[in-house]
Design a binder for this molecule. Sequence first.
Ligand SMILES: *Cc1c(COP(=O)(O)O)cnc(C)c1O
Length: 363
Amino acid sequence: MKAQYRTLQEKIDNRIKTVLSHGGFIMGPEVYELEERLAEFAGTKYAIGCANGTDALQLSLMALGVKPGDAVFCPTFTFFATAEVIALCGATPVFVDSELSTFNMCPQDLDKKIKTILEQEELTPKAVIAVDLFGLPANYPELQKIIEKYDLLLIEDAAQGFGGEINGKRAGSFGDIATTSFFPAKPLGCYGDGGAIFTSNDELASIVKSLRVHGKGSDKYDNVRVGVNSRLDTIQAAILLEKLQVFPEEIKLRNKVADKYTLALSSLYSTPQVPDEMVSSWAQYTLTVSSRDAMIDKLSVANIPSMVYYRTCMHEQTAFKHLGKENAECPQAEALAKQVVSLPMHPYLSDEEIDKVTSVLAE
Ligand SMILES: *Cc1c(COP(=O)(O)O)cnc(C)c1O
């Protein structure tokens, strides 16, 4: 964040000053300008700002009418928010295994889990939340086939994947509705909390716009449904307008960093795979190693930070224990949770810094 701020300081400071002087802190002009830019970038008809990436998911599920008795399928190997919002809407999360090669939702296992839920006749399969984990888009071409077969709705959780692509189609444009997060550490981060929802569906867009302001109707004090208070701050939108300008270049830089890591490490470690038709936004560069703890120790002795995303699968979280394990057979995700470790990754890493990481790992 500091390296990025050094390159953008004057522009960002001016943007913030403009907001301070016009005083439109809530839903000011920068919010609408950013929404237009984001929709152009993602290639959707609408982008709608909100308070954070978790709210973006919750608003999406609310707009799709997800309710108690519904089953919503999501990967078990993800950040908690993906599954949390399903339960918040009163629906039941059903956890799907991950592919070892991409870390993303396994289409075959999705098909299997949907069949199981249909056979049990207790829940109604309603929607799938696919996650672009670590920046790599989920396998939408394969997932779409399954979702169409069972007539389900698709939500793309692009909190980490914004900036990624499949065959030139950008993350944020897959599914009926998509979400992202502007949490500072995400590929496109602001200086606080922020999020957005993407869709090309007129009706969904108008419901989300209403839901984010207490279910407003034609005016703020006419409430036509029960919503939430979840707007993107104008100051954050102003900051994001400047960051979005350099975002495509930053994605290229992230890819250069990833290529350098892979060149130095692929003969020694299991390095992340990007299918030919895809571009990753490299939210994380993640290795799978059996001796993870020893490696983290060696890195930390050399003052190199590393992180484990994620140690605990959703089906093993205390908050979801009550769901029982019978619908949550996810052996590959469990194996990943024991082996993943993420290296320093951002667009402004120098060659010296990359060399330091790779030489410690080579040792
Ligand atoms: C960060 C993240 C979220 C939540 O975003 P917040 O802005 O922190 O609420 C949701 N899903 C995934 C996959 C994330 O990485």
